[in-house]
Design a protein around this ligand. Structure first.
Ligand code: FE2
Length: 310
């Protein structure tokens, strides 16, 4: 057999081998372990430790404190509560869709309208566009690692819809009632996944997140709809919220909890002396139709995934 035939044959075999190896590896390689992927599929959530470094956490805490310090409170009712499901005519809330706004804890004020503790310890959260408008949060929200995780979880065209920095303040940190995030980020089909980062250790004592394993397999109970400046919480299904089936997720600072948009979740009031700070991103899939009736629409800011930001 001529030598150049042998050489050509080897080259062809080598190319086929490389092609096969590349396609096998690209299909097999995932950021998440098989156990984490299985937990997400089966239970509706997964827990990934050490996603954010101590440096990330310090940067985020410092920046959040700075935003609160610089915030000019000149609004009528910047209190955030999940007790008021309608939030109708609350322009401060509605306008926060594409800016950086602070909200007070429901128990921030006494009967005389005075802060019950230091002003900075009365802030419930900052929302809802830190991921695009604040350089520190923008960089961390778009870490390539998060894009790899999103891809593993099935988000082929991730779109970052919303960000929140939640303080869960000592002593007065408010309850967040059982809910499903697809209520607020409805798409057809449902695609929203929540990225919940523990900025501080979350424990039973300071109001950690609770979830209902497998609850994402049930129905969506409510939709939060907006028509102009009127918002309504519309019932879809009367399946009761979990009472005995919830489990607490006590996690260390730096941990990322990812959960399905239909997974019921909740957090208790914080009556401890420690805050329980967290950062969240809500991500939908661009292949799914995002409802025009959702309260949060991206009109002025870029709508993108975990692309590297220059
Ligand atoms: Fe939620």
């Amino acid at each position: 057999m001529p030598r150049n035939w042998i050489k050509g044959g080897c080259l062809v075999l080598n190319s086929i081998y490389t092609l096969l190896l590349t396609s096998i590896l690209s299909g097999m390689f995932t950021m998440l372990s098989p156990k984490q992927l299985d937990q997400f599929k089966t239970d509706g959530y997964t827990v990934i430790e050490n996603v954010l470094s101590p440096e990330h956490l310090a940067q985020m805490k410092t920046r959040a404190a700075s935003i609160v310090n610089d915030w000019k409170d000149d609004t009528d009712n910047p209190i955030f509560t999940t007790q008021d499901n309608n939030r109708s005519n609350n322009n401060y809330f509605l306008n926060s869709a594409e800016n950086i706004s602070c909200f007070y804890e429901e128990e921030a004020f006494d009967a005389n309208g005075e802060f019950v503790q230091k002003r900075e310890d009365c802030i419930n959260k900052i929302g809802h566009a830190l991921h695009e408008l604040d350089p520190t949060f923008q960089t961390i929200s778009h870490l390539p690692l998060l894009g790899d995780i999103a891809k593993d979880l099935g988000l082929e065209q991730p779109e970052l819809r919303q960000s929140m920095y939640i303080f869960k303040q000592p002593r007065i940190g408010g309850v967040v009632n059982w809910h499903q995030d697809a209520t607020f980020f409805y798409s057809d089909p449902i695609s929203v996944i929540t990225f919940w980062f523990a900025i501080e250790d979350a424990t039973l004592e300071n109001g950690c997140l609770w979830v209902e394993p497998k609850g994402h397999l049930g129905p969506l109970r409510e939709r939060f709809n907006r028509d102009d400046n009127i918002t309504t919480m519309d019932a879809l299904d009367d399946t009761p919220w979990p009472t005995e089936s919830g489990v607490p997720l006590e996690v260390k600072a730096g941990t990322l909890v990812c959960f399905h948009g239909k997974l019921p979740h909740y957090s208790a009031p914080n009556r401890s002396e420690k805050s329980r700070q967290a950062y969240t991103l809500h991500v939908t899939d661009g292949r799914c139709h995002y409802a025009e009736s959702n309260w949060l629409q991206t009109k002025t800011l870029p709508l993108r995934g975990f692309d590297i930001i220059d």
